[in-house]
Design a protein around this ligand. Structure first.
Ligand code: ATR
Length: 276
């Protein structure tokens, strides 16, 4: 009998997860299917109960449900609890456990890209929302030297920096201060949606003071190269888009559901086919 997985979000029609996971199931010859479910926030609890009732093997959870979903689960793993958000649910005989594979997915996409010692790095994170929390807490626990958070709403940056400070040096700065002292950082990460299609001419932070040795990373993958990454590249900096993170978070979810190694390259090609 075909096992069913899926993603809950609202809206959901632009999700590339179905193509990505379907390609992986096909590659491994698994009798599994993956569907995008448009779940209105009002019906989230009922939809979660639907996982139990219908015996879905597991689901991904995306915007806007990543935080609200925690209250409806039987268990939440420690990292997801620390991040305060769940993007992957595993159903074990009706017992639902929540995980967060976003931060780990980001780390896995980052490791092959960085040629120096990540643990020596001072990282600037732009944004303090859900994606920023996943990335910041994962990097802090991994053991980067220092994390600085800059966010439009300063109070959220302060709160996230405080949480990171349990694991590494951490502080928050204003956006202006971050721009002025850009040469302090070894890695810049944009976790906001600034620059995403259709607002492709916007940039999250000025790169006037960028050094060519600083790695520049954007979690956005539509477009694959944001204006911000283009500017960084013109200044000679190594740049990383968000495609790798998207694929790796999916690969980690796939591995939790199937117990098998995910065919990450096949998954990436499926997303690229959809993007092109
Ligand atoms: P996600 O789960 O994708 O991280 P989120 O939790 O809503 O989404 O967080 C969005 C982040 O992008 C926040 O840091 C937000 O800044 P605020 O905390 O000030 O809201 C940031 N962001 C989004 N649009 C922005 C904009 N136009 N200018 C500056 N920051 C923006």
């Amino acid at each position: 009998m075909t096992e069913i997985m899926g993603v809950f979000g609202y809206p959901i029609k632009h999700s590339m997860s179905p193509e990505m996971h379907t390609a992986a199931f096909k590659q491994l010859g698994l009798d599994m299917a993956y569907h995008a479910f448009e779940v209105h926030p009002e019906f989230l609890e009922k939809a979660i109960n639907g996982i139990r009732g219908l015996g879905l093997k597991g689901v991904n959870v995306t915007i806007p449900h990543k935080v609200a979903v925690l209250q409806y689960l039987d268990m939440v793993d420690d990292l997801a609890l620390e991040i305060g958000a769940v993007n992957t649910i595993v159903n074990m005989n009706g017992q639902l456990t929540g995980y967060n594979t976003d931060g780990e997915g980001y780390l896995q996409s980052l490791l092959p890209f960085i040629k120096s010692d990540i643990k020596q790095m001072h990282v600037l994170i732009i944004g303090a929302g859900g994606a920023a929390r996943a990335v910041a807490i994962t990097l802090a626990k991994y053991g980067v030297r220092k994390i600085t958070i800059a966010n439009r709403t300063a109070a959220k940056a302060t709160e996230l920096a405080l949480q990171c400070s349990k694991f590494c040096q951490s502080k928050d700065v204003s956006m202006e201060e971050a721009e002025k002292h850009l040469s302090d950082y070894d890695l810049l990460i944009n976790t906001t949606s600034i620059g995403m299609t259709p607002h492709i001419s916007q940039v999250p932070l000025s790169l006037d003071e960028l050094r060519s040795e600083t790695y520049v990373s954007d979690l956005i993958y539509t477009p694959l190269k944001t204006q911000w990454l283009s500017i960084a590249e013109k200044k000679g900096a190594p740049v990383l888009n968000g495609l790798g993170m998207f694929v790796q978070q999916g690969a980690l979810a796939f591995e939790r559901w199937t117990g098998k190694k995910a065919p990450a390259e096949v998954m990436k090609q499926a997303v690229l086919r959809r993007l092109n």
